[in-house]
Write a protein that binds this ligand. Structure first.
Ligand code: ASP
Length: 645
């Protein structure tokens, strides 16, 4: 069977021989699983009326009688018709002789995108008429019979990938949008990667795929949950933000290697690259430490990585949270390029420049800078102005551009002064070259780092719009970020603590004593996986001691422990030490396919505002249907919604 190159790339990975790395515990079960996963190219035309797919026919099929089903992509001069399915395109010759008048009528009159079935013979194209750009370009189909399976009305947009359409229209007619090559590729690649992940986890490493409930209970902390009314007055289910509690309970239940392609729900309002429902590759293991989980994930990604991309190199580098913040100003650094944050406080210890002196005299006061390579060449005056405005508006911070080699000072006498007096030291520390620009700021460590981290990305975007290639789009730069703080001050009340991730995360063994004295200083056994500046996964070693878990929940986090009494109880019945991780599948596939949005790798996503534009969801429910749930809508008096009802 011939596959178009993108499909064969996808399927080639599946025929890779399985390497047995572990001795199966249940010999016969594992053996049969291993054998059944020795796959070959799939059979695309079994059980259906077609004999072949549109994209698979070649010269080797000459003379064969075939039946094809597909959508009409083009028609030329009532003589040629191009049929399309997910596999590719094939040319069909519309018969011209009188005896085939009925076939001609069907094929000439069916509107574009109608779905037809044709039967005929594979013949070679006349010499000189081959199309080398088309994989089926050496042959065509001499049709004997044709059937219009269903006609297509006038379309809201053309299916062809190159036709621009708004996202709202694409989402409204998602079933048509899915016919595009790009969406077909994205969803099929997603399916292949998930298949290889299952293979790796279940067949190579003995994981068990277990479904956990989606009707659950409200959990304290974390993201907002969607509520589901029940028929008991005033009682609600919640849709889980993740299977976190269940996967830990499975460990207590002795299912010591769990995984699930899990649907998760978070009611977080509209965010550009989030979805209210999304998918995780959710994993939990007993008797494991941080390195064990990390090696498992490195192997998983390496094994499931598409063959048309550069192979994944393992092990992934690792960086502490403190280092990531100090060097890149974020806990998810894009390590494909430099422009790191440098602490230059020492250069200015004895400065006479007032605001620098002032900043350095405060607790955690620093002077920090990033160097924009060839910034003087590529950045315009208005770019520098907008960078300064961004800093002032969002961080209430002054940022100083310092041009080291030119006499431009662009309205910054202080910067000019720095250039003169501190130039040699700055050049040495920042390793600057001709035409570079240094962005310098003074302030509290964390604040200075986060601002410079944002400016680093802004400037990278700007340089790239001017044609400088900083982030190689074919490069996949993985990074583990470790040693996060266990708690953060609550935003609304900084004297109280909240979990930096979730309350089941175990403290770092060397910091446990601090839990009782300075909990804000405790590091956790949490780890995040970052890819090209995006968090694609996170997990931790968990607390398996009920007393410690109760202390953290009740005393430090001031949560209502009754809500979690089932977990606390379970931990008391011989819970094994355990840990896990969840990979965000949508974001991972989005990065692998280079898609502009995660909506492009989900078959039926919600819009930016969380709506399904195709079915118009969420939708209202008549009051009588709400009665069994003992619910009444209290309409906001002046809202548009009220007027609509
Ligand atoms: N359940 C966590 C999350 O969804 C991941 C984990 O800790 O395994 O972020």
């Amino acid at each position: 069977m011939y596959l178009p190159s993108w499909l064969s790339q996808l399927y080639r990975g599946l025929s890779r021989p399985i390497r047995r790395t572990t001795q199966p515990i249940w010999g016969s079960l594992s053996r049969s699983l291993v054998l059944s996963s020795q796959r070959r190219n799939p059979e695309f035309s079994s059980f259906v009326v077609r004999t072949n797919t549109c994209g698979e026919l070649r010269s080797s099929h000459l003379g064969q009688e075939v039946t094809l089903c597909g959508w009409i992509q083009y028609r030329r001069q009532n003589t040629f018709l191009v049929l399309r399915d997910f596999h590719g395109l094939v040319q069909v010759i519309i018969p011209q002789d009188e005896s085939a008048a009925s076939v001609r009528k069907i094929l000439c009159e069916a509107p574009m995108e109608s779905v037809v079935q044709v039967s005929g013979t594979v013949i070679s194209r006349p010499a000189g008429q081959e199309n080398p750009k088309m994989p089926t370009g050496e042959i065509e189909i001499k049709v004997k019979t044709a059937e219009l399976l269903n006609a297509c009305k006038k379309l809201p947009f053309e299916i062809k990938d190159f036709m621009k359409k708004t996202e709202a229209l694409r989402l409204q007619y998602r079933y048509l949008d899915l016919r595009s090559f790009q969406m077909q590729y994205n969803l099929r690649l997603r399916s292949q990667m998930v298949m290889k992940m299952r293979d790796y986890l279940c067949n190579l490493h003995g994981f068990v795929d277990i479904e956990t409930p989606t009707l659950f209970k409200r959990t304290p902390g974390g993201a907002k949950e969607f509520l589901v009314p029940s028929r008991e007055p005033g009682k609600f289910y919640s849709l889980p933000q993740s299977p976190q509690q269940f996967k830990q309970l499975l460990m207590v239940g002795g299912l010591d290697r769990y995984f699930q392609v899990a649907r998760c729900y978070r009611d977080e309002g509209s965010r550009p690259d989030r979805q209210p429902e999304f998918t995780q590759i959710d994993i939990e293991m007993s008797f494991v430490d941080q390195t064990g989980i990390q090696s498992l994930i490195e192997g998983l990604l390496q094994y499931s990585w598409p063959n048309d991309k550069d192979p994944v190199v393992v092990p992934f580098p690792s960086m502490t949270f403190a280092e990531a913040l100090a060097t890149y100003g974020t806990d998810k650094p894009d390590t494909r390029f430099g422009m790191k944050i440098i602490d230059i406080s020492d250069v200015f210890r004895n400065t006479e420049i007032g605001f620098l002196q002032d900043a350095l005299s405060k607790p955690h006061g620093t002077v920090k800078a990033i160097c924009i390579p060839e910034g003087a060449k590529y950045l315009k005056r208005k770019d520098i102005e907008s960078i300064r405005k961004f800093s002032a508006d969002h961080f209430d911070q002054e940022i100083l551009p310092v041009f080291l080699n030119t006499n431009r000072n662009w309205n910054s006498p202080v910067a000019n002064f720095i250039r003169e007096s501190k130039r040699p030291e700055l050049i040495r520390l920042m390793e600057t070259q001709e035409e570079d620009v240094v962005l310098l700021m003074a302030g509290e460590h964390n604040k200075a780092c986060s601002l410079l981290g944002k400016l680093r990305l802004e400037c990278a975007d700007l340089l790239e719009t001017r044609g400088v290639v900083l982030r190689d789009p074919t490069l996949f730069s993985f990074l583990w970020v470790v040693d996060f703080p266990l708690f953060l001050p609550k935003e609304e009340n900084p004297r109280e603590l909240e979990s930096a991730h979730h309350p089941f995360t175990a403290p770092h063994p060397s910091d446990i004593h601090l839990l009782y004295t300075e909990p804000e200083k405790v590091r956790s056994q949490h780890y995040d996986l970052v890819l090209n500046g995006n968090e694609i996964g996170g997990g931790s070693i968990r607390i398996h001691n009920a007393e410690l878990q109760r202390y953290i929940l009740a005393t430090l986090l001031k949560e209502d422990v009754k809500l979690l009494s089932h977990i606390l109880q379970a931990l008391d019945y011989g819970a094994p030490p355990h840990g896990g991780i969840a990979l965000g599948l949508d974001r991972l596939i989005c990065l692998v396919t280079g898609s502009p949005s995660i909506r492009d790798v989900i078959a039926f996503p919600k819009s930016f505002r969380g709506h399904d534009l195709m079915s118009n969801t969420p939708d209202s429910i008549p009051p009588e249907e709400l009665k069994p749930y003992h619910i009444q809508v209290s309409w906001p008096t002046d809202s548009k919604a009220a007027k609509a009802h």
